[in-house]
Design a binder for this molecule. Sequence first.
Ligand SMILES: NC(=O)C1=CN([C@@H]2O[C@H](COP(=O)(O)OP(=O)(O)OC[C@H]3O[C@@H](n4cnc5c(N)ncnc54)[C@H](OP(=O)(O)O)[C@@H]3O)[C@@H](O)[C@H]2O)C=CC1
Ligand SMILES: O=C(O)[C@@H]1CCC=N1
Length: 266
Amino acid sequence: MAFLGTGNMGEAVLAGALAAGVQPGDVVATARRDERVAHLAERYGVRTTSDNVAAVAGAHVVVVGVKPKDVGAMLDRVATALAPGAVVVSVAAGLPLSFFEQRLPAGTPVVRAMPNTPALVGAGVTAVVGGAAASEDDVALVERVLSGSGHVFRVAEKDMDAFGALAGSGPAYVFYVVDAMAEAGVLLGLTRDVARRLAVETVLGSAKLLDETGEHPVLLREKVSSPGGTTVAALRKLDDGGVRAAFLDALAAARDRSRELASEHA
Ligand SMILES: NC(=O)C1=CN([C@@H]2O[C@H](COP(=O)(O)OP(=O)(O)OC[C@H]3O[C@@H](n4cnc5c(N)ncnc54)[C@H](OP(=O)(O)O)[C@@H]3O)[C@@H](O)[C@H]2O)C=CC1
Ligand SMILES: O=C(O)[C@@H]1CCC=N1
């Protein structure tokens, strides 16, 4: 397996692949900076290089993990060096399968994926969709490799931007909420350490409760909200602040930006 551009997301997918049973000796990961390359070699025991053309030689699965603006140049550089039948996996936001298929040799199987950073700890969600030349076996292979990162969903390509807006970017919204809750605790006089720990544990516990009971979030929210009590007083302030509407706008903005990335780099 080759990882071309192993930054925040590439590293998380790499960690998942190793968790899924891919052997470190069968992986080569690239980055530009010496310290990044050294970190990857030291942390994961994989082969590393900054030479992308050398990295793809003999690789059966090639994960392209650079920023959307850098993907075109990366593909132009490595296209003719790909091993026959190599499956190219993109994690780039916005860029459609056709972007890859136009730049790679005819018949190259391409799988578009949208992971998220909790993949680093095996708790990610990833959407996948195969391109015109990707066989069922190709997509299943990529699903197996990604399954070490957490849950994998097959989606239609038209839903990729929405999936990215919800789950790809989603961890950032949760971290934003955790930070805001912790800050609010500090405002009420808690120490920073305690406030942050309480916010993290509350999010963890609430996610576990949702997951394990399978109950609708509205029902669980009602169970916290005593009539005339403290929670309804707080929720009213969130409604006053337009938090729910802001989430609707925020995800639409992420979806729109994903579409723009596709047209900016077409
Ligand atoms: N971050 C996220 O949560 C998610 C990101 N994505 C997608 O993942 C992709 C990467 O994003 P992210 O990981 O955040 O970005 P990063 O900047 O963290 O990672 C990009 C990596 O690419 C490396 N790189 C850039 N150019 C080259 C090159 N020519 N040769 C070798 N390596 C190169 C950089 O190396 P160096 O570090 O040495 O500069 C860096 O490590 C994007 O396309 C994004 O849309 C998708 C889902 C979620
Ligand atoms: O912000 C971004 O563009 C990437 C894609 C999804 C999460 N991070």
